[in-house]
Structures are given as C-alpha cells and as structure tokens.
Write a protein that binds this ligand. Structure first.
Ligand SMILES: [Zn+2]
Length: 232
C-alpha cells in the first residue's frame, strides 16, 4: 500500500487506523470528498416513477362544415350522370306551395317514391324567393316523374325544374327567373344540354297549360346566355 505525499506524517498512526478502510476507496489526489459527500442517486426510484404520458397534441378546431351554397350545392355527391338530354320547366299551379308539401303530395297522394321534380325554385310566399331546392332525385341522379309521354324519354332523360306559383294567374318573380337562368346555365354546361332541348311541360305534351300562360321561356334563355357570358 502506498500513502499519499504531503500528508502530515505525525498523524500517520491515527490516519492509518481511521482511514485504513477508506483510503483504498477514495484514492489519492486533491479530491477531498468522502463517501458521505457523494451526492445521492438522483434517478427515479422504483415505485415512484412518473407514468409516461404522450406529448400534448393540439386538438384542431373542426367546426361543422357550412352547408354548400350556390352552384356547389347543385353538384351531387355521386357525381353527375351522363343520362341527361333534356331540361323541362314546370310550375306548381299553387302560389303557396313548398317543396316539402309537393314531395308529400307526390309520395302520399300519388304513391311515388320521391318528389317528381329534380329541382324546385321558390317564389317568396311560403318558400324563399329564388331559393333553389335540390330534390333527392337529383342528389341520387334518378329519373324524373314530371313529364309523361308515350316513350317516357322526358322522365327518363329529362331534368325536371318546377317554379312555385300559378303562372296562369300570376307571374314568376324576377328572382325566380334569375335563379332558373343560373340553374339552367349550370345544368346545360354540366350535362351538355343545348338550348334546343330546354323545353316547357306543355311545349312537349301539348296537353297541359304548365308552366302557365304568363311564363315565357324566351327571356329566361336570353338571361341564361347573358349569365353564361358574364361568367366566362
Ligand atoms: Zn308540369
């Protein structure tokens, strides 16, 4: 065993006795630390470990999506079928109609599976002026039930649009006409239906006054062209 240099030799005996067990452990050099001064183990002790938690994740705000408006609401989630060849315009023959009332009549009164038309446009009496109602037939891209002919081609391939109102005794509102022009412009371009195949119910069957003597398709087609020109 070798003792450190510089230690007081007069205390050699005491040191020898008191430190005989310590010296081999602490060794030499200027280090004055002893076992008692060794800092306690700072790590976690078993039984007191903090449970591991995942890092906090910011919860994104996901507000309910706003209902689609304008032309976006006219695009069905199933996509637009290639079946459509015609657009047929009707009136409801009642100024106080609503799409829901008409649907109820078609289903309960006539036993149909749905509202017969694909779209309904309000007149501001019981349903919004110029407001376009998108029927389930359009949402599902189903055939219509609005213009019966021997070959049934206008029901099978025709998009039915009904304006609320009795145009035998009243007139469509300017907002109704504007919405009809916008809707027909959209449908005409999306479904490749030329103006020559945009017709009225009575113009096809010649058996009904629908959509009424006060409805004229010409000004709507003209407005439709202007609308289309202004969006290009
Ligand atoms: Zn009709």
């Amino acid at each position: 065993m070798r003792f450190c240099e510089g230690k007081n030799t007069s205390a050699w005996a005491i040191l020898c006795l008191s430190a005989i067990c310590v010296l081999p452990l602490v060794g030499c050099g200027g280090n004055e630390s002893t076992i008692a001064q060794i800092p306690p183990y700072a790590g976690s002790r078993p039984g007191k470990m903090e449970p591991l938690r995942p890092p906090p994740v910011a919860t994104p705000n996901r507000p309910t999506p706003a209902p689609l408006t304008g032309q976006a609401a006219w695009v069905p989630s199933v996509g637009i079928s290639k079946r459509w060849k015609y657009i047929v315009v009707h009136h409801s023959a009642n100024n106080r109609d609503t799409p829901e009332k008409m649907r109820d009549w078609h289903m309960r009164g006539r036993g149909w599976d749905e509202l017969g038309y694909h779209f309904v446009i309000g007149n501001g009496v019981a349903y919004g002026d110029g407001q376009v109602y998108v029927g389930n037939r359009w949402k599902k891209q189903m055939h219509g039930a609005h213009c019966k002919t021997p070959g049934n081609q206008y029901n099978d391939y025709g998009i039915g649009i009904c304006l609320i109102g009795d145009f035998q005794s009243s007139r469509p509102t300017p907002k109704q006409v504007a919405s009809l022009a916008k809707l027909m412009s959209f449908l005409s371009s999306q479904c490749n239906v030329p103006q020559s195949r945009i017709m009225t119910h009575g113009g096809i069957t010649h058996k009904t006054a629908c959509p009424g003597r006060n409805f004229s398709l010409g000004p709507v087609l003209k407005q439709m062209t202007q609308y289309r020109a202004s969006t290009h």
